[in-house]
Design a protein around this ligand. Sequence first.
Ligand code: DAH
Length: 337
Amino acid sequence: MNAEDIAGIREEALREAAEITDIAALEAFRIKYAGRKGVLQDLMQNLKTADPADRPVLGKVINEVKRDLLALLDERKKAFESAAQAQVAAFDITLPGQWPRPGSRHPISQIIERVVDIFHSLGFTVAEGPDIETVYHNFDALNTPPHHPSRDPQDTFYLDNGDLLRCHTSPVQVRYMEAHEPPVRIVVPGRCYRRDTPDATHSANFHQIEGLYVDRKVSLADLKGDLSHFARELMGPDVKVRFRPHFFPFTEPSVEVDFTCHVCGGKGCRVCKQSGWIEIAGAGMVDPNVFKAVGYDRHQVVGYAFGMGIERIAMILYGIHDIRHLYENDVRFLQQF
Ligand code: DAH
């Protein structure tokens, strides 16, 4: 052993020390060099084998290396400790916690799910159709006369190619019957589009649910019974249902369906404009001309159909006074549902 060996070990140790990045590695380093069975201790043992004349000098050099390494260890340890303390100080455990906000279904989607669930229990399945429709499916096949006002471009959005954005979910009746033999029992949720100026009760883009029940024996009494059941499931056992004569091109006879106002229970209030009733749906017995258009035998089948506005139901169930809240997607509003 000579002084050069010791200098080499010292250099090696310094190089290793420079690469230490945490306190555990620092401790491993201490044990390796300064521990009871460490490198420096080994050197001291080996001193016995050195030339006796050199021993005092070599011993002194080893002690210097040891002193330097211990000083270095001490310094690095302090540095690690104060860094850890700074981190603890930056993390204020008294601050209120933050938790991720769970998402929730949009109120429109929730209403669609509820309505679909109720009709599901009556044996209806869900069907869907395209938002972009042909004039044929949206109007002609639904027995809508050529000069009916709803065909006017002031009311309906037409595309350059002559197609349109459907103004109701009724064309899906036609599409479904074209593709399926009777009996038919479907509900159809979906978006609809009309050239309405947006205000508290109008939106150019809104949602409907269409219903269609076709079989050999279906009557207006079935329509009334099923919609009354639906009303009670949706609004509670006390709601009453009223049918008023109306006109739709695709049904004969046609009715409008009112529920007693959920706010006043039918006594009359601001929400129902003192009438005690809220209009919920249009409905009726499917016009034979619609069956003719889809290739059904009008002498073999009968059916009822209805269409209702989802926003309308959401607004009365949740007490929302402005339809626009449903589209602004303000999280503070949406969180309440
Ligand atoms: N399509 C009608 C509307 O948009 C609603 C409607 C009325 C649908 C009567 C029907 C029906 O299926 O039978 O206002």
